[in-house]
Design a protein around this ligand. Structure first.
Ligand code: SAM
Length: 179
């Protein structure tokens, strides 16, 4: 299954840190890449630097025309999961989404917003999904969704060609470094 995150409404400066964290969570928890509707080379650079050190081939694309990207994704058979507190509760739709995700070459785009999300996203989405119907954060919503979708398997992902790799320890810290 391929998972790509579409981050909407990123405001320069104000959302820098949150959008970087959206990208880091996406990378760490099994997505292949993040598409950003605005141009922010700083965010792109930070995430790419983490990927360079910690491995994998997570991609970041900025300044993407998101309406076109959504349309193309759907035209090519991909499904769209928009995370919003107004949506259906994850517990009521996760089995349906997992069924879709098990299909051969399944592609899931996960959309998260910042400020008000345009209504056409609600219409274009195959599922509008609430991770509880209470307001919180795109970072938390994304992490929860990726975990429900992959049933925890993403937590043991191995990252290829990593220069840094943590050796898990009950106490203390050990990092294997390959330069
Ligand atoms: N006030 C904005 C609105 O309602 O259009 C949303 C602000 S919220 C901080 C930013 C993003 O976090 C949302 O677009 C959504 O993707 C995500 N989010 C926040 N709470 C959520 C929830 N309970 N379930 C799913 N996604 C959520």
């Amino acid at each position: 299954m391929e998972i790509v995150v579409l981050r909407l409404g990123h405001r320069l400066e104000r959302d820098k840190r949150i959008t970087t964290h959206v990208g880091l969570v996406a990378r760490a928890l099994g997505a292949s890449g993040m598409i950003l509707a605005s141009e922010d080379k700083g965010v792109e650079r930070s995430i790419k630097e983490v990927t360079r050190r910690w491995g994998g081939d997570f991609f970041v694309q900025t300044d993407v025309k998101w309406r076109e990207a959504l349309k193309k994704w759907k035209k090519e058979g991909g499904k769209v999961c928009h995370l919003t507190m107004y949506g259906e509760n994850i517990l009521d739709v996760i089995e349906e989404i997992k069924k879709e995700a098990k299909k051969d070459k399944a592609r899931i785009m996960v959309v998260v917003g910042a400020e008000k999300v345009p209504y056409d996203v609600f219409e274009a989405a195959d599922w509008n999904i609430a991770l509880s119907n209470q307001p919180h954060s795109e970072i938390a919503a994304l992490a929860l969704f990726l975990d429900y979708l992959q049933q925890g398997k993403e937590l043991k992902t191995k990252f290829e060609h990593a220069k840094r790799e943590i050796v898990p320890k009950r106490r203390g810290k050990e990092v294997r470094i390959r330069e």
